[in-house]
Design a protein around this ligand. Structure first.
Ligand code: EPZ
Length: 459
């Protein structure tokens, strides 16, 4: 048995969607749980922040680069990490998860050992459920000289091509073909280091190329690389595995390839998107909460944006203390950008926050072409929002009212939870499986801070 779970509560089956919202597989139907919220209660107390989903997924893929054990601590307990574990298991990776000895606040320890890769194919059924599956491409070609990975399709938030991943691998000498919906990449003699210039910033392409370059001959330079903290976390883990990497966190990353990498132990960084989400949950309910384990340096742009809106965020010894500065929130103008700018993964939550702020807010989405699916649902709760192309104009209303709502991706779903926390009356958030992909125990964490919120299990 390759996959060994020791979860202390049921995690949705590792069977979910593209990382923003394809429909569930009929054969592997995830739970249709709902969340019921009675709004109007301020959040108070402490709330633990989990390890970062978007750091964990590439870190798990990095296990394919070595035949030794990679041990990750502070791994969040999510449907997406379970999906990645399933994918790696079918490549031949032994995956062990220990819930008892997790690092950080809630994380588990995961050990991954890819001593023998039994398949270099990432099948359609898994890739279409989670786009981050494409992160196995670079490591597999680099180590095995070949990989066949289903081409991820479009997503509810945009078309999301992977052309930069493929062009980058070609620069390292791989031959890449698209056949029957699969990416077929081969490099029988191994990859060779090269300069890869990205025309625009891509987190996933930077991660795939960084991992591939670790086992390429010679030096690779990634120009216009993504600077996200998840990239730095991956670089630190790869360095612990024996890779030679400089410049992660800047737009120029240099990697000197090695013949082999070894095992390592690494602790996943706290989730900056979960942190930002709960910062806004505290603000929207006029609460006062300490986010345990959160780091201000990871959410500096968010804290800077929220300050003029009337939200105070302060680093404490244990995490971040969040509260409103005084009285009502004020509308602010925000544009999403690659790190260190304001993250697209917090745009929906910010919009929920702005629905009841004084005055107007202008929110512009620059990363994904279709990331406003939360707008019509927020409007059903009484929000006043006008969208023109990539910009949403939010005019603050005195109050939201509860409603049954549903969203088609992770961050849109959580924005409806935030709106529900502030709304008068009852909100039912449907399709909780989206939340389970990226928010660990969302209803437990918020209820522990006083939210009247519960999961209604699908019987
Ligand atoms: C990562 O996706 C995150 N996912 C996303 O989080 C996040 O929204 C996104 O980065 C931007 O920050 C993970 O880390 C697992 P990109 P990724 O490549 O790597 C276009 C969430 O909610 N593009 O930086 O797929 C692309 O279409 C998720 O947790 C190409 O055109 O994002 C997009 O418009 C959703 N060609 C832009 O670049 C390519 O080859 C940025 O995408 C690659 C990307």
């Amino acid at each position: 048995m390759k996959l060994r779970y020791m979860f202390d509560y049921a995690v949705p089956a590792p069977t979910l969607f593209c990382d923003s919202g394809a429909e569930p597989d009929a054969r592997l139907q995830p739970s249709m749980d709902k969340i019921r919220i009675r709004g109007g209660r301020p959040l108070r107390g402490t709330l633990p922040i989990s390890g970062a989903k978007n750091a964990t997924l590439p870190l798990m893929a990095a296990a394919l680069l070595t035949d030794e054990t990679l041990t990750l601590a502070n791994v969040p307990h999510l449907a997406d990490t379970a999906t990645m574990a399933s994918l790696l298991a079918q490549h031949g990776v032994s995956v062990g998860i220990d819930g008892a000895t997790g690092g950080g606040h809630t994380g588990r320890v995961m050990s991954l050992k890819a001593d023998r890769i039994v398949s270099t194919t990432a099948p359609y059924d898994l890739v279409r459920k989670m786009r981050a599956s494409v992160l196995v491409l670079g490591p597999l070609v680099a180590r095995e000289g070949q990989a066949r990975v289903s081409l991820p399709g479009g997503c509810s938030i945009g078309t999301r091509p992977v052309d930069l991943h493929l062009k980058g691998l070609e620069r390292l000498g791989a031959r890449v073909e698209l056949t029957n919906g699969y990416i077929e990449a081969t490099a029988p003699g191994g990859l060779t280091g090269a300069e890869v210039v990205f025309p625009f910033v891509s987190v996933g392409a930077t991660e795939n190329l960084m991992m591939a370059a670790c086992l390429a001959k010679g030096e690779t330079t990634l120009v216009n690389a993504a600077r996200e903290p998840e990239i730095v976390d991956l670089a630190q883990c790869l360095a612990a595995m024996g890779a030679e990497i400089e410049g992660a966190g800047t737009d120029r990353i240099r990697i000197r390839g090695r013949d082999r990498l070894g095992g390592a132990e690494h602790t996943v960084i706290p989730d900056r998107i979960e942190t930002g989400t709960y910062m806004m949950a505290v603000a929207i309910t006029d609460g006062d909460v300490e986010l345990l384990g959160a780091r201000l340096d990871l959410v500096a742009a968010v804290a800077d944006a929220l300050a003029p809106a009337g939200v105070t965020v302060r680093q404490t010894e244990r995490g971040l203390h969040v509260r409103r500065t005084n009285g009502r929130l004020t509308g602010i103008d925000v544009m999403t950008e690659p790190y260190p700018g304001f993250p697209t993964d917090l745009q929906a939550q910010l919009m929920a926050l702005m629905t009841t702020a004084g005055g107007a807010a202008m929110i512009t989405e620059t990363i994904f072409e279709n990331r406003f699916m939360h707008v019509p649902e927020l409007m059903r709760m009484g929000a006043n929002i006008n969208v023109h192309q990539a910009t949403a104009l939010v005019r603050g209303v005195p109050k939201l009212t509860g409603a049954p709502v549903m969203a088609t991706d992770l961050r849109a779903s959580v924005s409806l939870v935030l709106a529900g926390l502030a709304a008068e009356g009852e909100t039912i958030v449907n399709r909780v499986y989206h939340l389970d992909r990226g928010y660990e125990r969302v209803e437990e964490k918020l209820a522990a801070c006083g939210a009247e919120m519960e999961r209604i299990r699908d019987s």
